[in-house]
Design a protein. Structure first.
Length: 442
């Protein structure tokens, strides 16, 4: 076994043990969360970001976000987004940024009017304005700054795979924790709604999102980095377990997103390899597809057929549900109405949450970043979204060998449509699509 494979195996084992350790002694999570940040600072300062250490550390932090949230390891709920911002600013200090990243400076400027309106119009007596503003703005600001740092930054394809590995490792810890946390499915799975009992006692939507991303990363490792049978079998074992844990959250968005990313990557690879490569890829896909199909049918058996009904949008007795989006379309409709009534500046950041509190009597945050940007930022939000949509494809014209570009954009787009920017992952993954990737020499 070569050194890279043995190192990967060691990292996987250590992170499985981390998940087990946190389950039995939760305070470890708080120490772990602080150590990630402190070691990251040391790592970047020591190396002065000579080999994109900033991206490696940020990737690891992004991968750990949901694990830390579900185990109360974060000093602050938005700790991951703030940390990513700190590290990309360090990266700019050591390595600068492209002068051509003007679109993302403009994106940040376009956020200001909605922010000012929100601060001035929110009811300070009813709401915690600071937390609401942070909840809604930390994601876009993280995306903007990380995009400025990544814009046309040169990086080797092997480094992209390395940072994806760092992102994967805490997801493996999450999976190990979930295996121990989840009770007998027959006791907790009684319907087809998202299930907190199978999601570590945390939000199923966020857990599904990060596990779906983990499935995709493991697929890339199976295709590109399984150099021997042991590592191949390990990665297949991991992808089956991560996919199973993602499915039984009963939150569809993250798992569907993971599946779409895999399909996008397969199509891109097939269009860019010769017949011999296609044969080898097809052989690899056979084992992966077999493993994932086994996972699906096993999940069906374990849930008494409820997982199939969930993905068919049916209730426990097989009746078609009225809503295909768990009621999220009501929130989206409200945000679109806000845009129509206030098309120029929007209603202001977090004002939508306040209005829904008045209408529905409870705090309901947006699940769709696109409609939120329109409703709360108006035409400024629309122009900001256009920048985000168009720029990666313009860069692709001179970056056509970047295998993951479309996958990363797809992850961002699909995730912000079902989970908004609750986690740092869509912001960070989107920014990775802007890197200028050079294929490693054979």
């Amino acid at each position: 076994m070569d050194k890279k494979s043995s190192t990967y195996l060691l990292y996987v084992v250590l992170h499985i043990l981390l998940g087990v350790g946190v389950y039995f002694f939760t305070p470890i999570s708080k120490v772990y969360g602080i150590l990630i940040f402190l070691f990251g600072i040391y790592f970047v300062v020591k190396n002065k970001n000579a080999n994109n250490e900033v991206l490696m550390v940020a990737a690891y932090i992004v991968g750990s976000e949901v694990f830390l949230r579900m185990t109360d390891g974060n000093p602050n709920y938005e700790f991951t987004k703030y940390s990513v911002i700190v590290f990309v600013l360090m990266g700019m200090f050591y390595s600068g940024f492209s002068k051509n990243a003007i679109p993302y400076w403009l994106f940040l400027v376009l956020l200001i009017p909605g922010l000012l309106i929100g601060v001035q119009s929110l009811d300070i007596h009813r709401l915690n304005i600071r937390n609401l503003i942070a909840f809604n703005m930390s994601g876009p600001i993280c995306l903007g700054l990380t995009s400025i740092y990544c814009f046309n930054r040169r990086i080797q394809f092997s480094q992209i795979n390395k940072l994806l590995m760092y992102m994967l490792l805490p997801i493996i810890s999450t999976t190990a924790y979930l295996i121990l946390y989840t009770p007998d499915l027959r006791e907790v799975v009684t319907g087809t709604g998202s299930n907190m009992d199978t999601s570590g006692g945390f939000g199923p939507n966020q857990v599904s999102t990060i596990l779906g991303l983990g499935v995709f990363i493991l697929f890339t490792r199976i295709v590109f980095l399984s150099k021997n049978k042991l590592i191949l079998l390990l990665n297949i074992f991991l992808i089956v377990n991560v996919a199973y844990r993602g499915l039984i959250t009963f939150s569809r968005g993250g798992m569907i997103t993971g599946g779409v990313l895999i399909l996008v990557l397969i199509v891109f690879i097939y269009l860019n390899i010769n017949k011999t490569g296609k044969y080898k890829l097809s052989l690899m896909l056979f084992f992966v597809v077999f493993g994932l199909l086994f996972t699906w049918f096993y999940t069906e058996q374990q849930t008494g057929g409820l997982i199939g009904k969930r993905y068919a949008n049916k209730d426990a007795v097989g009746r078609k549900k009225e809503s295909s989006f768990s009621g999220r379309e009501v929130i989206a409709e409200h945000e679109i109405e806000s845009f129509i009534k206030n098309p120029i500046f929007g209603i202001g950041v977090a004002k939508g949450t306040e209005e829904r509190m008045e209408i529905f009597g409870e705090t309901i945050a947006s699940h769709n970043e696109i409609t939120r940007m329109l409703g709360e930022h108006g035409l400024f939000g629309l122009f900001g979204l256009l920048i985000l949509f168009v720029t990666p494809f313009v860069l692709y014209l001179n970056n056509k060998k970047y295998l993951y570009l479309f996958c990363f954009v797809a992850f961002w787009l699909l995730t912000i449509n079902h989970a908004a920017m609750r986690t740092a992952s869509p912001a960070f993954i989107y920014a990775l699509s802007l890197l200028k990737v050079k294929l490693d020499e054979a």
